[in-house]
Write a protein that binds this ligand. Sequence first.
Ligand SMILES: Cc1cc2nc3c(=O)[nH]c(=O)nc-3n(C[C@H](O)[C@H](O)[C@H](O)COP(=O)(O)OP(=O)(O)OC[C@H]3O[C@@H](n4cnc5c(N)ncnc54)[C@H](O)[C@@H]3O)c2cc1C
Length: 296
Amino acid sequence: MKEKYDVIVIGSGMAGMTAAIYLKRGGLNPLVIEEGAPGGQLNKINVIENYPGFAKTDGPTLSAEVFKQVEALDVEYLYDKVVKLDLTKEEKMVKTINHKLYCKYLVIATGRLSKKLFNDDDKYAGKGISYCALCDGNLYKGQDVAVVGGGNSAMEEALYLSEICKTVTIIYRGDTFRADAALVDDVKKTKNIKIVYNANVTEYNIENGKLTSVLLDTGSTVEVSGLFISIGSSPSAEIFDVEKDKGFIIVDDECMTNVENVYACGDVIKKNVYQLTTAAGEGTTVAYSIIKKSKK
Ligand SMILES: Cc1cc2nc3c(=O)[nH]c(=O)nc-3n(C[C@H](O)[C@H](O)[C@H](O)COP(=O)(O)OP(=O)(O)OC[C@H]3O[C@@H](n4cnc5c(N)ncnc54)[C@H](O)[C@@H]3O)c2cc1C
C-alpha cells in the first residue's frame, strides 16, 4: 500500500462509509481505516424502522448494502487500529498498529460507544436490553419497560417511552437526579412513570430469549420486557488533539475541526441528534467540503 494519501477516513460506520462514497465519486482517492467490521454500531442494531428507503431492516443488512456501494467504487481499505496522530503539520501523520501513513485531509468518523451496565451486555442485544429508546422504543409498545440512569438522557428516554409504553420505571442509583430541573419536573408529572431511587440492577432475568424482569440490589424485582440503559456514552475521540466539549469533537458548518483540513462526522461530534441519517448527512458535508477545497 501507499504511504501518502489525499484523504484518510478513520472509521467505517455510516458516517465514514458515506464520506468515502462521496469522496471517491468526487474524484479523490480516500483510504478508509477500520479497526473492526465495516458498519460500526450498525452491526449492533436489531431493527431499524427510521432509515428512509427501508421500511424495516436490521443493522447488518443496511451495513452490507452501504458497504456494497463502497466496494463497487473500489475504495481502498486498511483493517487496522489508529493509535497515534500528529496533526500539527500540513501533512497529517496517522499511525496505526502496523503502518505509518500521511494525508493532506483527515476525516475522523470514529463514532461513540454507550457505557455498559455489565461487561457482557452485548450478548443481550435483541433480547430486551437496549441503549436507544428512539430506535427501539416502538418494539415495546403498550408494555412495561425500565430506564437505568439519572441524567438528562435517561429523563428524555423515559419521557419518550412514556408516550409509547404502558409503564416506565426509572431505576437510579442515587436519591437526586443529575438531570435538569425542568426535565425532572416533566418526569415527575408523567403519570405512567415510576421512580425507584437508591437501587442498582444486579441481574437480568431472561426466559426463552426475552427479558422478563430485572433484579435490584434492594432485593426487589421489576417486571419489564425492555430495559433501556442510559448511563452515558463516550465518544471515541481520545487520540485526536482537536477542540472538544465533554469529549465530543467540535466542528463548524463544513464539519471541520479547529485544525485546518481535519474534519469529523457522525457520533463522534458534538451535536443534537445521534442517528444514522445525521451521520450520513455529516459524512456528505465532510466530503463536499474536502472536494471543494481540493479543487481550489
Ligand atoms: C443499539 C443501537 C440501536 C440504534 N438504533 C438506531 C436506529 O434504529 N436508527 C438510527 O438512526 N440510529 C440508531 N442508532 C444510532 C446509530 O447507530 C449511530 O448514530 C450511527 O451508527 C453512528 O455512526 P458513526 O459512523 O458515526 O459511528 P460508528 O457506527 O460508531 O462507527 C465508528 C467506526 O469507527 C471505528 N473506529 C473507532 N476508533 C477507531 C480507531 N482508533 N481506528 C480505526 N477504527 C476506529 C469503529 O470500529 C467503528 O466501526 C442505534 C445505536 C445503537 C447502539
